[in-house]
Each structure stands twice: as structure tokens, then as C-alpha cells.
Design a protein around this ligand. Structure first.
Ligand SMILES: [Zn+2]
Length: 1014
């Protein structure tokens, strides 16, 4: 039968579904703005509206009316059905959230007979938020009816659609033909011109014909199984703000609850406890229903992380907190404990993630995004993913046509199986389905298709359904021989997300580290408000969502996120101040200062302190009588700001110093002119652009910068344009470089005795740059403190350091460790890593010497041959038309060192750049004190915090260098009872600890966590 007849007949059948239909009339409407969840600013009172009714884009629209369901109406066949356009909303019946109504969900079964009070809350034309040109298009509410569906007509339509699509999709000629013939026979059996009663008899007969024909065709014995999981991907913010996500949860979750009632075989998996928290707070009736479905085992609380977080920029500790709070929420609220990490849409996965997951009791990992590779198809779809420390985790990276928003159509089921790479090793593919990104989820037609797909269906893989973790449990049980992928899962696209919306990335970095410090000082002082810190952490975790932190959301999302981080910063700073004050005697006559260090090694890098302004030039004298020079760098109303270098502060501790007057006639060892800086360690030459033409290491008698190009070369590169520029950087950027324009100035701002600063100012069109090149007398670290008023468009700012180093690879810090990536371009895989993520530093070293490039808030790097670059700013136009425009301040540092990055202690220098010392006035000088010190094998204290359950303290350490050995932790806190625990504070075995000393072995890049005094 010709396709044109087939399609037309089905169209006519669709118009015949309703046995009866009754208009719902008497609609009233009112519009409002919705500044926050459950907050509405109404434009006026309810008014009567005629249908179709039109509402301005961006408005919240309330509509209400009464529907009457006749007593004799069959409930399961009776629907309220809507005609709408550009509206997305929630239907409440009798005041209770009932079902989402959007373009994919236009009808819902009635709950009962009788009069139903309907109220709809729509968002009108939400697309206008990210496409302003669409703002002229109104939301349209066209009609609503109560109707009774004829199940046979509907059933025949689904039977035919499923068979036709299968016939048109599969390549096996025999089944293809037999399926087409079955469709033809069924359609020939229906005369659409008959009166309805006769027609319905023929429809019933046709269903029998197609069923008989299908059952006569044998399924393909070689086809595997698709393990289908109902799902809805809800971006916590993206082309909408978080406040809209709250409403999306109400819609999507209530829809899922209705489908649960309607389809007993329907399983739904939903990740992100943050979304459940919204349901609990704003849709308690829906939340209560979810609890029932979870208890029945049909609603799966999956995913572990608080939100599906970015994994490139997010710190290692934050990734742990994502799961700490995510798992704790599910346990407390539902009695469930997720074992799968569900990250379908995240833009890259660090090599430390397997260890982090395993350490959180997570045994499997699911994503899709690796199939967006621009060049090199990801080869494996079911494999063991081996992490930095050697941990293996079961990973499914399934290549489905609908990505993670699939539909259970014959085409997608067929392609899902056809593309699957591990057919021979394990014949089953996990297949999430349901509308997503903006939520919505599963629909009636999908579940009707699932009914058909779950029968043995000729030409298609078998289909089964269940919780997503059931899929992974089966794999573990059946122990297939699977390939191993060792190392990071680098996604060959979306490389711009390491840099876009850099103010948020900086705010996130500061929040992560302030919260770390606040927890440490609270734990030590036994003071502080852990509940406030927990709430602050949850704000940080929310804003690490994979479209917020990466920079791929609309501008309003960043207003919200930066406001959240400001409150986190204030909370954490207040707690640090209070806790440190509790560790410091009260002051009545400050002639001394106490410096605090939260890092787990003694440090003596430059520290910023406040001194009484009346004293003029001063020195600091420690408890041994050793004198340390200071340099006043600023005057404030309540004192002077000075820099001191070389004053040692012990590991997680403090040191006190007397402040003594000191004549300012000290001969400086730092000599600064606009053209050159000389310290005891370096001689640097600066050209008229502020670039470094020579950096001579006096200790090692060698040049650091390559002879052919200057270092600190600020490069303005053409970036885009393209439709998704917030996400993407292209390797053509280097082919068009823009010159700076206007006047460049280079001047001396400070010159010794502790530090020297040369300031460079530059211009590019409307943008201005002010950069301080900062050196201190005793440090190998050269800081580039950079302030930019950035007004560029389609332009990227990078800084390049061509180094006098020969190496074929560079090393990058990742969460809880470091990894090497090639700096050559031998293969197509190497070529695609032209922009890569890193945490606090990257490094190029040769035997005996190397150079690290550290950052305080930047994440995009590249290394090609001997040139190490960092991406400083971008200026993208979608989805934020003005992304990154405005003022920025950030610091990057060049750190030449003896040996490689391990011997050179790059890891510590990266921490020190990011974590300041803090000072408080004291009356008298006490001996230095360390609350926790670490000796033996290299290990870094990542976290010291009050335990979530209040039982003792949690101490987390990691090995940063890829080495092993025994670690000795000494603490001034008596250790009565030490338990090893996992990363989410679930207890393991007891560890022997004597007095105040804890000893344990640590393996390369291992993370170990202990509960002290639990
Ligand atoms: Zn997403």
C-alpha cells in the first residue's frame, strides 16, 4: 500500500478517537510576574476570557474553570484534553497539582466523575527568554474539552504506527515486507466511510488481523535487548532560571505520577535530590505521591549527585559533597541508597572520578555525552573505566539516536542496538527515554509503544524495563569480559565551558575554598554553625549544575548564581573569623599579630597583614626572636596593609609575631625598573608590551623563556561566532589574532624590600587591561595580577608562555591528582585536545627543570610543543548576549622550579596561590602551634570537618603525586577512636591510633577519609 494512503488513513483514524466530547467553557484568567517560587505579582484580578485566548510572552498565566464528568462516564477512558500553543504549565484539580500540560502532554485522565475545579498555571512562551525575537509570539490557550477516548481506535493507530515504523526502519527484507503486508491487511479491513458503529466493528477486526500477522513473523534470534528506563532530564537551570525549574518539577513529577497510575509496568528514574527538595518544599502533595511510588519500587531515586554537576571545573571535594548530600537526602527521605552515577549530559569526566565514585559507594556510571565527539568516535559503550589511582568502575556510554532524551520508537530501539559496540560481550543496552532538558518526561504514546515493544517484535531487539540500577546489577552478576578505558573521558566538544562566565567560576573557586577553611577552623575551635555551612554548601552544589557553572545559561541565571555565591562567601568568612577569634586570646593592646595557616604544611610565602598605621615602617619578630621584613603596600582607615615574606606558619596552625618599628632604610634585594626586575632568584626583562623577553633563573643559571617568542604574551584571538558559542572553542582561533591598540604603558608601582611590581596598561578597542607583574624577594613564583574591563565580542584572551623546555607532554592538575596529556599533535586524538581542563595548574618539565603555570580561577589550558597557554577570557553571545562583559580580576602565576612538578612542589604552590593566610591581632606572642601536621609520604589534608551525623570529626587526605608510603598525622587533639570511612562518611574498619598520632599507608593518588573520635 502506498505510504500516502497509509498516512492519510491513520490521520483520519486519529480524528475518530473520541466517542464524545464536551467543551469546557466559562474560563477566567489573570496574569502575573513570578519573581521567585510561589511569589506572584498579579497584573489584575480574574477576568472572563473567550477562547482562543492570547497571553504575552514571559507572563505567568492562571486560568480557571469547572469541568463536569458525567456519572456514567468510564473514568479510565475519560480525559481532559487541551489545545494550546507556546504554553508550558501545570493543571491543578480541586487545588491539588495533577499533571503537566505542554505540547507533549495535551491530555490527562480524569480522577473521578462529577464537577472538577480546574486551575492551570502556565508559563507563556518561555522560548522568548533566550530568543528575544520570539517575544512577539503570545502563548495561546485555544480550547479544552472533556472527552471519552475509544480504546480500539487508539489501539489500532498505535499498532499501525509501530508496525509501519518498524517496516520502514529495519533492513531485513523478509520481515520488512511481512510487516508492510500486515499493515496493509489491517488498513484494507477498515472502511472509513461507514457509520461509526459499523466502523468500530471493522476497527476491532483490523486489530485482530494485525495481531495475527505479527505473531506469525519470528523475531530476530540475533537481536539483543534494550533495557528501557523512563526518565526526564531536567536542567536545573539553562534557558530558564532555577525558579522555573521549581515549576518544571511540579509539572514533570505530577505527570509521572499520573502515568504510574495508568500504566502498571511504567518505571521512572529521576536523579538530582535538589529537584526532590523543590518538590518537597513547593509541591508537597506530589512529593507524597512520589514517596508511594518509590516505596513500590517503580520510581527510582538515582544519580547520587545533588545535581548533575559539571566535572571539569568543580573541585574534587565538591564532587564528593555532591554525593555526600545527594546520597544522604535519598537515604533520609526515601530509605534508598543510589549506586549509579547518572550524568548523561556533562561535558567531560576527569580521571579521578572512578575513585571518587567508588569512594562514595557508587558502583556504576552512565553518560551519553561522549558521543558528541567532533572527530574521534568513542569506541566502547559498556566497559570498565579505570581511574587515576587504578580504580575500575562499570561504565555505560550508550550511543542512542535521541541521546539521553530518547523515545521508544522502532527506529530508536533499532539504532540503539545497531550502534552498540559490545554486542558480543554483553547483549543488552540501557536506553533512557522521555522528553528532557526542560523536563516533561514520558508520554502516553511512549508507554503505548513500550507495550508493543515489550512483546517479541519482529525485526526489533527485545525490550524490557526496570530501574536503571537493575541494568548495572545484571551486568555485575553476569560478569562479562568487557574492555577497559584507562584515564579521563575527554569530551571532544564544549571546550569553551572551561572559561565562559568566568566570574562565576571564580566565585565558585572562592566558595569551595572558603567553605573548606570555615570547616577546618570550626572543627578545630569546636565553634561554628555547621547547619549554616551545610546550607551554604548546597547553594554551591546547586550552582555547579552542568549548564550553570560551565557558563551555558541565560544571563539571569548568573545574576542568581553570583548572588548565591556572595551569600556563601559572607557566611564562610564570618565563620572563619569567629572560629579564629575563638582560638585567639582577647585583645586589649595589640602589639602583635597571629597568622593562621589552613594548609597542611608549614608555609612562609608572602602574607598580607594589617598593622597599626601609627607605627610606620615595621618588622615582624617571631617567638624565637627572628626578624622578618615587611613592606607597607596600602593605607586603610584602621591600619596599614603590609606584606611579609619568610615568616613561617606551621601546618594547620598559627604563629605569633611582635610588631616592631624598623627603619625603612633597608637595602632592597628587589630591583625594579620598567624594563627589568631583579631579585635574588631571577633577572627578568620586560618589553614595551609588558611581555617578558627573558627570565633568567640565577640559581640554576638558565633561561626559562624560549628565545624566539616572549613570555606573558597576551593573545587576542578570534573566537566564533557560532550558534553555541558559550559551549565551543574551535581550533581556528589561532589563525586570526588581533593587535592591541592605543597606548601601552609600563611603569614601576612598588620596589622592595619585600616585593616589586611593574604595572602594564593596554587597550583593545573598548577594553582596558591593567596588569601587575609581582615578584617577592624570596619566591620563585611570579604573579600576574590582572584587571580587565572586558568589552570585546567574539574574542578570546589567552596568555602564552613559550618555555625553554623540551617535553612531549604537559601535566595538568585534576581533582585529587594530576595527569599527563601529549603536547604534540601526532594523532587525531591528540589534535582534538587543543583546549583542555585543569584545576589549579599545568606544567611542562624536562629532566631536572620545569615550569608551572598556576591560576586562581581559570580552567582552560593548552600546551603545544613548548608553549603553555591559559585561556583568560571569552566573550560569547549565546545564550547570554553579553557574557563576560565587564570588570574582571584574576591572577595567574609562573612558577619555574628545579626538577619536575613533584620535586618542584607545584601542588603546594597551587594551593598557596589560592588559599591566603589570615591574621588577627594578639597581645603577646606565644610559640607557634600546629593543630594537625603531616610527615612521611606526601599527603594533603583536603578536609577536616565536623561529621554530618555529629559523631566526631572527618579528616580527608589525598596523595597528590602518584607515589606511595606511610603517612604520619600528628594532632594536638587527642585521638580516642579512629574509624576509616568512605567519602560519604559511611563507616568502615577501626584504625589504630596512639595518643595523638595516626599512621596509615597511602597509594598513588589515593583519597583516604577517617572519622576521628566518633
Ligand atoms: Zn542537561
Amino acid at each position: 500500500m502506498d505510504n500516502r494512503i497509509v498516512d492519510k488513513k491513520i490521520d483520519i483514524l486519529k480524528s475518530l478517537i473520541s466517542n464524545s466530547s464536551l467543551d469546557i467553557v466559562g474560563w477566567k484568567a489573570r496574569t502575573a510576574d513570578n519573581p521567585a517560587p510561589e511569589e506572584y505579582v498579579f497584573d489584575g484580578d480574574w477576568v472572563d476570557v473567550e477562547l482562543p485566548a492570547y497571553f504575552p510572552a514571559g507572563k505567568t498565566v492562571f486560568l480557571k474553570s469547572r469541568a463536569v464528568v458525567l456519572d456514567e462516564a468510564p473514568i479510565v477512558d475519560t480525559y481532559i484534553s487541551f489545545q494550546i500553543d507556546h504554553l508550558e504549565g501545570l493543571l491543578r484539580i480541586d487545588g491539588v497539582p495533577y499533571c503537566g500540560i505542554d505540547m507533549n502532554h495535551l491530555r490527562v485522565q480524569v480522577p473521578r466523575t462529577g464537577a472538577l475545579e480546574l486551575e492551570l498555571e502556565f508559563n507563556s512562551n518561555p522560548e522568548a527568554l533566550y530568543h528575544p525575537a520570539l517575544a512577539v509570539i503570545p502563548g495561546q490557550f485555544k480550547a479544552a474539552v472533556v472527552c471519552e477516548a475509544n480504546r480500539n481506535v487508539e489501539g489500532l493507530i498505535f499498532d499501525l504506527q509501530f508496525a509501519i515504523e518498524t517496516s520502514r526502519t529495519i533492513s531485513d527484507p523478509r520481515r520488512k515486507k511481512l510487516l508492510a503486508e500486515a499493515v496493509e491487511a489491517a488498513l484494507l479491513a477498515v472502511d472509513l466511510t461507514l457509520p461509526r458503529v459499523k466502523l468500530l466493528e471493522e476497527v476491532e477486526n483490523a486489530r485482530g488481523i494485525i495481531a495475527d500477522r505479527l505473531s506469525a513473523i519470528a523475531p530476530d534470534p540475533e537481536a539483543g535487548t534494550m533495557y528501557a528506563v523512563g526518565h526526564s532530564h531536567i536542567d536545573t537551570a539553562w534557558l530558564w532560571q532555577v525558579k522555573e525549574t521549581v515549576r518544571k518539577c511540579g509539572r514533570t513529577f505530577s505527570t509521572a505520577c499520573r502515568l504510574m497510575e495508568q500504566f502498571p509496568d511504567f518505571h521512572f528514574a529521576c536523579s538530582q535530590p535538589q529537584l526532590y527538595q523543590y518538590a518537597k518544599d513547593y509541591y508537597p502533595e506530589v512529593y507524597a505521591q512520589i514517596k508511594t511510588w518509590v516505596a513500590e519500587g517503580r520510581w527510582e531515586t538515582t544519580g547520587a549527585m545533588w545535581v548533575e554537576a559539571d566535572c571539569n571545573v568543580t573541585s574534587g571535594e565538591s564532587l564528593i559533597r555532591q554525593m555526600l548530600h545527594g546520597i544522604a537526602f535519598f537515604k533520609a527521605e526515601f530509605g534508598t541508597r543510589p549506586r549509579n552515577c547518572w550524568l548523561p549530559d556533562v561535558f567531560g569526566y576527569p580521571s579521578s572520578l572512578p575513585e571518587i565514585l567508588a569512594g562514595c559507594g557508587i558502583t556504576s556510571f552512565y553518560t551519553f555525552k561522549l558521543h558528541w565527539q567532533t572527530t574521534n568516535p568513542f569506541p566502547d559503550h559498556l566497559f570498565y573505566w579505570r581511574g587515576l589511582d587504578g580504580t575500575d568502575i562499570l561504565a555505560a556510554v550508550i550511543n542512542a539516536e535521541g541521546a539521553y532524551n530518547g523515545f521508544p520508537t522502532p527506529r530508536q530501539l533499532h539504532i540503539g542496538w545497531e550502534r552498540y559496540a559490545q554486542k558480543a560481550e554483553y547483549p543488552e543496552v540501557i536506553f533512557p527515554y522521555g522528553h528532557g532538558d526542560g523536563g516533561g518526561g514520558v508520554t502516553e504514546w511512549m508507554l503505548e509503544f513500550m507495550k508493543r515493544a515489550q512483546r517479541p517484535y519482529p525485526g526489533l531487539p527485545a525490550v524490557k524495563t526496570g530501574p536503571s540500577e537493575g541494568f548495572f546489577d545484571d551486568v555485575v552478576k553476569r560478569k562479562p569480559q568487557l574492555p577497559v578505558w584507562d584515564g579521563e573521558l575527554y569530551v571532544e566538544t564544549h571546550r569553551g565551558t572551561y572559561t565562559t562566565q568566568s566570574a562565576l567560576k571564580k566565585a565558585n573557586r572562592i566558595s569551595e575554598l572558603l567553605l573548606r577553611e570555615a570547616e577546618i577552623w570550626n572543627a578545630i575551635s569546636r565553634k561554628g554553625d555547621q547547619d549554616a555551612l551545610r546550607s551554604a554548601w548546597k547553594l554551591v552544589l546547586l550552582n555547579q549544575f552542568h549548564d550553570i557553572l560551565p557558563g551555558s545559561s541565560i544571563p539571569q541565571v548568573y545574576v542568581d548564581a553570583l548572588r548565591d555565591h556572595e551569600s556563601v562567601h559572607n557566611t564562610a568568612k564570618r565563620q572563619i573569623e569567629n572560629a579564629q577569634a575563638a582560638l585567639t586570646p582577647a585583645v586589649n593592646n595589640s602589639t602583635a599579630i597571629r597568622l593562621f595557616n589552613s594548609l597542611s604544611w608549614a608555609r612562609c610565602d608572602a602574607a598580607r597583614i594589617k598593622i597599626p598605621s601609627a607605627m610606620g615602617s615595621v618588622a615582624l619578630v617571631d617567638s624565637d626572636g627572628t626578624e622578618h621584613l615587611t613592606q607597607i603596600v596600602a593605607h586603610e582607615s584602621d591600619g596599614d596593609i603590609a606584606i611579609v615574606e619568610g615568616a613561617e606558619i606551621p601546618s594547620l596552625g598559627y604563629a605569633d609575631f611582635n610588631i616592631v618599628a624598623k627603619p625603612s632604610d633597608v637595602i632592597s634585594t628587589v630591583c625594579v625598573t620598567p624594563e627589568a626586575i631583579e631579585t635574588p632568584l631571577f633577572r627578568m626583562e620586560i618589553n614595551s608590551d609588558g611581555a617578558i623577553t627573558s627570565l633568567f633563573d640565577k640559581t640554576h643559571c638558565r633561561e626559562v623563556i624560549s628565545a624566539n617568542m616572549p613570555g606573558n604574551d597576551l593573545q587576542l584571538l578570534q573566537d566564533g561566532p557560532e550558534g553555541e558559542d558559550a559551549w565551543n572553542i574551535h581550533d581556528t582561533s589561532d589563525k586570526r589574532r588581533y593587535p592591541f591598540d592605543g597606548e601601552t604603558t609600563v611603569s614601576v608601582v612598588e620596589s622592595g624590600p619585600v616585593r616589586g611590581i611593574v604595572r602594564v596598561t593596554r587597550h583593545f578597542r573598548e577594553s582596558t587591561f591593567e596588569q601587575d607583574i609581582v615578584v617577592t624577594a624570596g619566591s620563585k613564583r611570579i604573579d600576574f595580577v590582572t584587571r580587565v574591563d572586558w568589552q570585546a565580542r567574539q574574542t578570546m584572551l589567552k596568555v602564552a608562555f613559550p618555555l625553554a623546555i623540551r617535553s612531549t607532554h604537559a601535566t595538568y592538575e585534576v581533582q585529587f591528582g594530576a595527569l599527563e596529556r601529549p603536547s604534540h599533535r601526532n594523532t587525531s586524538w591528540d589534535k582534538q585536545k587543543f583546549e583542555v581542563p585543569a584545576q589549579r595548574w599545568a606544567d611542562i618539565s624536562e629532566s631536572g627543570y620545569g615550569v608551572s603555570l598556576l591560576n586562581d580561577s581559570r580552567y582552560g589550558y593548552d600546551a603545544k610543543e613548548n608553549v603553555l597557554r591559559m585561556t583568560l577570557l571569552r566573550s560569547t553571545t549565546f545564550p547570554d548576549p553579553h557574557a563576560d562583559q565587564g570588570k574582571h580580576e584574576f591572577t595567574y602565576s609562573l612558577f619555574p622550579h628545579a626538577g619536575g612538578w613533584v620535586e618542584g612542589e607545584t601542588v603546594r604552590r597551587g594551593w598557596e596561590l589560592n588559599v591566603p593566610t589570615r591574621s588577627l591581632p594578639v597581645n603577646t606572642v606565644e610559640p607557634p602551634h600546629s593543630f594537625v601536621s603531616i610527615t612521611g609520604a606526601d599527603a594533603i589534608l583536603e578536609a577536616l570537618k565536623p561529621a554530618e551525623d555529629g559523631r566526631g570529626l572527618i579528616l580527608r587526605m589525598y596523595e597528590p603525586h602518584g607515589a606511595r608510603g606511610e603517612v604520619v598525622v600528628k594532632t594536638s587533639m587527642p585521638l580516642a577512636n579512629v574509624l576509616e570511612c568512605n567519602l560519604v562518611e559511611e563507616d568502615g574498619g577501626r584504625i589504630s591510633a596512639t595518643g595523638s598520632e595516626l599512621r596509615f599507608d597511602i597509594l598513588p593518588f589515593q583519597i583516604r577519609t577517617f572519622r576521628l573520635n566518633g
